[in-house]
Design a protein around this ligand. Structure first.
Ligand code: UDP
Ligand code: MG
Length: 320
């Protein structure tokens, strides 16, 4: 039986070796009959990340510890979601672990999560979530609003604050691999496929070295992407707006005609007309934009391009 640690990395040269060391330490005392493999995915890093991964692969002490290593290299940066997909495709484990290489998600905690799966045969997935987040009030509010919106609009059971730091069995992996969509949003995918999932509270460490690639705007874009991937409610905004605006227009028209016939009052002036034209024009553009966003996704998916392109793949020895 095999455990696969799937570790995506983008510009993590300083973290790869310490990560591999702590993975070896955490997974060295597995129960009888279990082995562990490490699947590194280099997501088009611009630094020496790939070199560092190959050093782990060639490291005799790592091989001696029984840890098998594979290194998948992308042809360019495709993003973490694509890297996770590639890792899942290359993993052969009966249990898979999705884990960052920046040491924020310590392998020792992954090991505790694996133990939960060992103990409970009926469980399919253990999802780590951050109990206390070290971030500002605005970011907290944005995040919780997003999860509520996603849950409500998609009808899914979304585990708030759960990361993609997860440990799961082969059935979950196969289900994820069957979802071949181009715009990937792991948290949504995990909620969509279901399975028996146990939340597991953990406190993330600080990044060992390097910097996070997530700015506030990148996160916002990711959130919009997540909403659009799992809900069609923005498309329905047009229907509501259109219905509301039409109803108001009919009432207003009746009032104007009535005034004109009964009292001979002129149509009220310029300001009203200009604001209404601008407002309705704006709303129409907004709705067109939302429809365009969905159309663009249909277009991209329609081209059926691969989620990632591999440049090389190396492993040390036979896996299993
Ligand atoms: N990552 C990746 N491709 C990217 C960006 C990030 O594979 O384009 C990896 C990164 O190396 C790390 C993990 O995804 O192992 C999480 O990234 P990061 O630490 O930047 O995100 P945060 O922990 O701040 O959410
Ligand atoms: Mg991180």
């Amino acid at each position: 039986m095999l455990i696969s640690l799937i570790a995506p990395a983008y510009n993590e040269e300083g973290n790869i070796a310490p990560f591999a060391r702590s993975a070896v330490a955490a997974f060295s005392d597995l129960p009888e009959g279990w082995a562990c493999e490490l699947v590194f995915v280099d997501d088009g890093s611009r630094d020496r990340t790939l070199r560092a991964m190959h050093e782990v692969l060639e490291d005799a002490s790592v091989a001696q510890s029984g840890l098998m290593v594979s290194v998948v290299e992308f042809s360019r940066n495709f993003g973490k979601e694509a890297a996770l997909y590639a890792g899942l495709e290359h993993a052969e484990g009966d249990i898979c672990v999705l884990i960052d290489t920046d040491m924020q998600q310590p392998p020792a905690i992954a090991r505790q999560m694996v133990d939960i799966l060992f103990e409970d045969d009926d469980l399919d997935c253990v999802a780590a979530y951050q109990e206390h987040r070290k971030r500002g009030a605005l970011r907290n509010w944005c995040s919780s609003t997003f999860y509520r919106l996603l849950g409500a609009s998609s009808g899914m059971d979304v585990l708030a604050d759960a990361s993609d730091f997860r440990v799961f069995r082969k059935n979950v992996r196969d289900a994820l691999l069957n979802m071949t969509e181009y715009y990937r949003f792991s948290k949504g995918l995990f909620s969509w496929i279901g399975f028996k999932t146990k939340p597991f509270a953990y406190v993330p460490e600080d990044r060992l070295s390097g910097e996070t690639t997530w700015s506030f705007w990148k996160l916002a874009k990711y959130a919009v992407n997540g909403l659009m991937s799992f809900s069609t409610f923005p498309l329905r905004i047009a229907t509501w707006l259109g219905t509301g605006a039409s109803a108001l227009a009919i009432i207003y028209m009746a009032v104007v005609v009535f005034q004109r016939l009964m009292f001979g009052v002129d149509v009220p002036g310029y300001a009203t007309i200009v604001s209404l034209v601008l407002l309705l024009g704006g709303l129409q553009l907004l709705v067109l934009g939302v429809m365009g966003e969905y159309l663009a996704r249909v277009y991209t998916q329609g081209k059926n391009r691969p989620i990632y392109i591999e440049r090389s793949c190396r492993s040390n020895g036979d896996r299993r």
